[in-house]
Design a protein around this ligand. Structure first.
Ligand SMILES: Nc1ncnc2c1ncn2[C@@H]1O[C@H](COP(=O)(O)OP(=O)(O)OP(=O)(O)O)[C@@H](O)[C@H]1O
Ligand SMILES: [Mg+2]
Length: 168
């Protein structure tokens, strides 16, 4: 089933429709027109995620992956500023929810090889029951992920700042 959901004129997602379908969502597609709309989408997506989940964010440079993570973090009530882990490779944030205690934000763009990420302890986090992991550029760590259950979100640049976001 695919649910197509558009953001209304006021830039807010229609939370009613969203929560109504929350248990049956398999595929979801949305087109956002601004940075704020993508952030809002991330914020809503947070409600669907649980500890142990691994969210893979696919999309070219500047697609809006980190923007989406900022929204997700807001949805998880994280008060820290989310910065891109392009150089640190992995940032961890405490989360104070029943179902999630840590958010791990990974960006493999500058990764030399998977070993580099293993050395900083990524395997302790991937799939850990109280931890939500989000990975930008997951293609580069395909081997580390291939025995894991993952959710894929793709972000595609359209014209005029629009982004097509798909959750599979
Ligand atoms: N509809 C939109 N959704 C998301 N970002 C948008 C949108 N319109 C414009 N932008 C801008 O595009 C940029 C997206 O940058 P962001 O760092 O989130 O991308 P990224 O996919 O994480 O890039 P990178 O691959 O470098 O990590 C931001 O400057 C954001 O303000
Ligand atoms: Mg990024």
């Amino acid at each position: 089933m695919a649910i197509i959901q558009n953001i209304g004129e006021n830039g807010k997602l229609d939370n009613l429709i969203f929560t109504e379908f929350i248990d049956s969502i398999i595929c979801m597609q949305i087109i956002t027109k601004t940075t704020e709309e993508t952030t809002e989408f991330g914020k809503n997506l947070a409600a669907q995620l649980n500890g142990g989940d691994i969210l893979l964010l696919e999309g070219e440079l500047g697609a809006g992956k980190t923007t989406l993570v900022k929204g997700l973090a807001a949805g998880l009530n994280i008060k820290y500023e989310i910065t891109s882990p392009t150089f640190t490779l992995m940032n961890t944030y405490p989360v104070d929810l029943e179902k999630i205690k840590n958010l791990v934000h990974i960006d493999t763009y500058r990764l030399k090889d998977e070993e580099e990420l293993i050395e900083i302890g990524v395997e302790d986090y991937l799939g850990k029951p109280d931890t939500l992991c989000i990975v930008e550029w997951p293609e580069k760590i395909a081997k580390l992920l291939n025995d894991k259950k993952t959710t894929i979100v793709t972000i595609e640049h359209l014209e005029n700042n629009q982004r097509k976001i798909n959750k599979k």
